[in-house]
Design a protein around this ligand. Structure first.
Ligand code: GAP
Length: 486
């Protein structure tokens, strides 16, 4: 569990030193808001995504009612494109409304998010906020659409303009009918997707927390209007429990239900799952995932066109000629429920998580410093990543104690056997203490060492990363022993 001395500087330094995260294009000076995952980072993030996919989609049992769920339900996946028909973003509302307000300083030409002025520094005098220096000359707040624009094909005119998706969700909504007609799912069911999203954030910051290119893990869960509140509660509580089960079980994790004034105009309920990241002041939390009850807003938008709220109703926004301002597809996205013999536009519950933010939270939570005795019994400070074994990039490391007496041969044999099932690591360089500490910093839960006794009785030592305790088990039992714990 992360201790109080965990700082962002320490996390960033560890990420660079051990190959979790690097700045993108670093040899050219880097590029703001873009990050690369190194050899350990790619394994960690893949494990986060695979745990999510396994727990939400491929491992879901649709023949039973899960604890806390109102009914049985189906889950399927999708992998849709990053660039979609531009009308998708007009009907969804992103074209008109997906913006942040920014202000420019006419003197120093710096740009700030209007709602982050009090968290930003004046480039001329970093102890002051923008606007506080005598020479600051800030503009009025202006809108800045966060979608990255690109062109399709050789034409550069507006008809060829397209956008990199700012969320994976819309790829799911526009495929709702395809999924219904091609698979055997029935409402209630969810469609899941993991993929890259892009937002031209005005001020990317806090390491990977606010990036311009990031990955989302989103579920759009389709249900009847009557059952939607019960499903909202199920997903909100279930998603919180998922983070807890993977190690964010401390007081650093919380669920925050939005008040009506904070919710989007179409939402009947929104909660954020938040984590107290070390870059935040004490008592503040940052969003890991939003769980939202989106009513029938999304499917109706793609049927009828961009919707706005008028009183209690969602109605199509019209232009000066009375036509839909941004028309939808005109396709019927309603659902005929053959158990109740009713037709309706399904309501949507959306648990929307960020793979990079989850990875960062697991890293922050896992970071710890303690002192353990070295070979001579002298306490040595160590950095240890107490990652959940499912998330650990390397599941076990295999060492020969010395590079002779047949030990490397036996250790290699163990390594080769385990490698068929897990990402394991072989190391015979430097002292055993250094090898252990390297693995502690990488978050490897178990280190297996072949020593002199192995040659006599066929046992090896297995060292536990968290307790540093060592036990002896038979070489022939290692695989089963690990399988029980990973
Ligand atoms: N479809 C709903 C949606 O996209 P969101 O709250 O804007 O909702 C969902 O994004 C999640 O995506 C966030 O909770 C966060 O984990 C992640 N996310 C959003 N913007 C991000 C950014 N600039 N950098 C990293 N992750 C981001």
């Amino acid at each position: 569990m992360a201790n109080n001395s965990t700082t962002m500087e320490k996390i960033v330094a560890l990420c660079k030193r051990r190959g979790f995260v690097f700045q993108s294009s670093e040899i050219y000076g880097g590029i703001g808001g873009f990050w690369d995952y190194g050899p350990l980072g790619v394994e960690l993030k893949r494990n986060v995504k695979e745990a999510w996919w396994r727990d939400m989609v491929s491992g879901h049992d649709e023949t039973a009612v899960p604890a806390g769920a109102p009914a049985k339900y189906g889950m399927v996946g999708l992998d849709t494109t990053i660039i979609m028909h531009p009308q998708v973003w007009k009907a969804s509302g992103h074209f008109d409304l997906f913006y942040d307000l920014f202000v420019d300083c006419r003197t120093c030409k710096a740009r700030f998010r209007a709602d982050q002025i009090q968290d930003s520094q004046c480039p001329r005098k970093p102890s002051l906020h923008p606007g506080e220096h005598a020479e600051c000359d800030l503009t009025e707040p202006r809108e800045f659409n966060l979608m990255f624009k690109t062109n399709i094909g050789a034409l550069l005119d507006p008809s060829a303009e397209a956008y990199l998706r700012p969320e994976t969700a819309q790829g799911i909504f526009v495929n709702f009918k395809n999924v219904l007609s091609s698979s055997r799912v029935k409402v209630p069911f969810g469609i899941a997707q993991i993929g890259k999203s892009f937002r031209n954030e005005i001020t990317p910051r806090n390491f990977t927390f606010r990036s311009r290119e990031f990955e989302q893990m989103e579920i759009e869960f389709f249900c009847s209007p009557e059952a939607s509140q019960a499903w909202y509660s199920y997903w909100r509580d279930g998603r919180l429990a998922w983070y807890t089960a993977l190690g964010l079980g401390s007081d650093k994790l919380r669920l925050r239900e939005h008040g009506p004034e904070e919710r989007a105009h179409y939402s009947c309920g929104t909660a954020d799952i938040e984590y107290a990241f070390p870059f935040l002041p004490a008592g503040e939390f940052g969003e890991l995932e939003g769980v939202s009850h989106r009513s029938d807003f999304d499917l109706r938008s793609h049927m009828e066109g961009k919707l706005i709220r008028e009183g209690d109703a969602l109605v199509v926004e019209r232009n000066e000629h009375g036509q839909p301002k941004h028309p939808g597809s005109g396709k019927d996205l309603s659902y005929f429920d053959d158990t109740t013999q009713t037709k309706y536009v399904p309501h949507v519950i959306e648990p929307s998580a960020g793979a990079d933010r989850a990875t960062l939270a697991f890293l922050c939570e896992a970071y710890d410093e303690d002192a353990i005795p070295d070979e001579k019994g002298v306490p040595q400070e160590r950095i240890v990543l107490r990652l959940h074994p499912r998330l650990a990039p390397i599941k076990a490391a295999v060492f020969p104690l010395v590079k002779k007496d047949g030990q490397p041969e036996i250790a290699s044999e163990i390594y080769r056997t385990l490698k068929q099932r897990w990402n394991v690591f072989y190391d015979e360089k430097s002292s055993i203490g250094k090898r252990y500490r390297r693995q502690d910093e990488s978050g490897t839960p178990f280190c297996i060492t072949v020593d002199h006794q192995t040659m006599d009785d066929g046992t090896v030592t297995v060292r536990d990363r968290d307790t540093t305790e060592q036990i002896r088990i038979k070489q022939t039992e290692i695989e089963a022993w690990l399988a029980e714990r990973l």
